[in-house]
Design a protein around this ligand. Structure first.
Ligand SMILES: N[C@@H](CCC(=O)N[C@@H](CS)C(=O)NCC(=O)O)C(=O)O
Length: 252
């Protein structure tokens, strides 16, 4: 018995939402501790004790402090009783395949999506200048990653990655990353995602399989999406762009 589980999270962060959805879906008892990145709470001495890398998510479970969302998802899958096997299969080959996708994700899909969103919408929204060059480079990585998802990992019989019939922690992690694209201009989001029909279907299937928690944890993002849409409309009407300097830049 490891004792109490604390999850240090900011719901605007995609890997944090994956952890929260996983815990809620699997009936894991935990306390959610908000670490507001926009207010630099991740740089506080208290949080640095939990994660010296100063990034969310992180967990504290008894004496164990753990960071990196994939390691956390794998740990939760194994440390808590009664978690359905499909999330992180005990079969060594299936588990290895899931780890392979998770490793790929960091430097491909997440890298492209996160840098693209930061340099188009999220950065400017919190007072950082747009960086079209970084956005263009990230877009290439993102499109190439979407193509690999479509043609390699969503190529099997089932509706989930690796042809599975039920989702794993890899489905959850990758779909939470792609849902961050919701904050983009609708046309831009459509331009990026619409060629990838299997990816679109898989996002929907993962959302359905993890509801109602998927929606609950993404509500904050949908509110941000609405706010950015209104800002874009105001800019289009007035012809001028104003930036919001209230928060510091944060990578989400
Ligand atoms: N590889 C890490 C990524 C963690 C990460 O980049 N977290 C972001 C939020 S999505 C963060 O804490 N950013 C704060 C900063 O970099 O200032 C994971 O999967 O947990």
């Amino acid at each position: 018995m490891m004792g109490k589980l604390n999850a240090y999270v900011d719901r605007m962060s995609q890997p944090c939402r994956a952890i929260l959805i996983f815990c809620r879906l699997n009936g894991i008892d935990f306390e959610e501790i908000k670490v507001d990145i926009a207010k630099s709470h991740h740089l506080s001495p208290e949080f640095t004790e939990v994660n010296p890398l100063q990034k969310v998510p992180a967990i504290l479970h008894g004496n164990l402090n753990l960071f990196e969302s994939h390691a956390i998802l794998a740990y939760l899958s194994s440390a808590f009783p009664g978690i359905a096997d499909h999330w992180y299969p005990t079969d060594v080959i299936r588990r290895a395949k899931i780890n392979s996708i998770l490793d790929w994700h960091h430097s491909n899909l997440r890298y492209g999506a996160e840098i693209y969103v930061t340099n188009t919408v999220l950065g400017p929204a919190i007072g950082r200048p747009r960086n079209p060059k970084a956005a263009a480079e990230a877009e290439k990585v993102l499109l190439s990653s979407l193509s690999k998802l479509e043609n390699i990992w969503l190529n099997g019989d089932g509706r989930f990655l690796l042809g599975s019939f039920q989702p794993s922690i890899a489905d959850l992690s990758l779909v939470c990353e792609l849902t961050q694209l919701e904050v983009l201009d609708e046309m831009d989001r459509g331009r990026i995602l619409s060629p990838y029909k299997k990816v679109l279907g898989w996002i929907e299937d993962t959302r359905t399989a993890t509801n109602p928690y998927f929606e609950e944890m993404h509500n904050i993002l949908y509110r941000a999406k609405k706010k950015f849409q209104q800002q874009r409309s105001r800019i289009a009407e007035s012809g001028t762009e104003t930036t919001n300097n209230r928060g510091r830049h944060s990578k989400m």
